[in-house]
Design a protein around this ligand. Structure first.
Ligand code: HXC
Length: 260
């Protein structure tokens, strides 16, 4: 598969997908968003891929936001459609049947921070910078940022980030829970790949249902979420991976999961 604005590499069950518009710090225009949606659908159905790492091409940016030049000419209705397109693509990533790790190599601003928040796990280089600078432009976050940030950090911190437009370094982002790990730029991809490989070696159906329990449970009251968890726990007992995993443990051997 080839796209105008994305690069894809695959190795040992791990796909590395890069947003590739380095001249504009990987800013997201309509075409790039559509390609991201297409690429994630393709990777979801690719039996060779277990875990996806999303990053930005070049050494400066993960994604520096929605493409400001592209947005300049949008009418209000087109702006709404652009926001809905981004929201739909990011929700697809959030609910993808495979784990997605963001390897944040540089600026993750506006739509770039919103994109990283749709991934399951965020790992940042110590050169990364985070923020929601939309209000600097007289506009606001529109790819899910007002909602995902509020759920990831607390509402007061989210409002500060969204209303000051301040930029935060990776350590600050880690302190507020926006990123899981901070590593050097050289360590970023090896660290992300090593985590992806550990996840890829676990029961894939179990990981998929775990993601579903976390995501869907967040939208429910606690009692209903516990019932969902128990239902999914029961469902995982219908898989051959469950027989394999438990048998491997009891016989002191490594499990060989079949994703079924
Ligand atoms: C279009 C962008 C861009 C963006 C950078 N560029 N960010 N183009 N959209 N979001 C372009 C610059 O115009 C410049 O092009 C080139 O990339 C390099 O950027 P510089 O500004 O020269 O780099 P630097 O001085 O290092 O500053 C880096 C930066 C700055 C701090 C990240 O580029 C910046 O503030 N960018 C905008 C960040 C932003 O506001 N993001 C939020 C966008 S709104 P030339 O041609 O001059 O080389 C958004 C809304 C989402 O995301 C919701 C939509 C519904």
């Amino acid at each position: 598969m080839t796209w105008n604005n994305l690069l894809l590499e695959k190795e040992d069950g791990i796909a590395v997908l890069s947003v590739n518009r380095p001249k504009v710090l990987n800013a997201l225009n309509e075409e790039t968003l559509k390609e991201l949606g297409d690429a994630f659908s393709h990777l979801e159905n690719d039996a060779e891929v277990n875990v996806i790492i999303l990053t930005g091409a070049g050494d400066k940016a993960f994604v520096a936001g929605a493409d400001i030049a592209f947005m300049q000419k949008l009418t209000p209705i087109q702006a709404k459609e652009f926001a809905r397109l981004g929201q739909t693509v990011f929700s697809k990533i959030e609910n993808l049947k495979k784990p997605v790790i963001a390897a944040i190599n540089g600026f993750a601003l506006g739509g770039g921070n919103e994109l990283s928040m749709s991934c399951d796990i965020r790992i940042a280089s110590d050169k990364a910078k985070f923020g929601q600078p939309e209000v600097n432009l007289g506009i606001m976050a529109g790819f899910g940022g007002t909602q995902r940030l509020t759920r990831l950090v607390n509402p007061g911190i989210a409002k500060e980030i969204l209303m000051t437009a301040d930029m935060y370094d990776a350590q600050a982002a880690q302190r507020i829970g926006l990123v899981n790990h901070v590593v050097t730029p050289e360590e970023l991809m090896p660290f992300a790949k090593s985590m992806a490989k550990r996840i890829a070696a676990r029961g894939p159906v179990a990981c998929r249902l775990t993601k579903e329990a976390v995501n869907d449970g967040l939208e429910m009251d606690l009692e209903k979420a516990f019932i969902l968890e128990a239902d999914l726990f029961g469902l995982v007992f219908a898989t051959s991976d469950r027989n394999e995993g438990i048998d491997a443990f009891l016989n002191k051997r490594k499990p060989e999961f079949k994703n079924e």
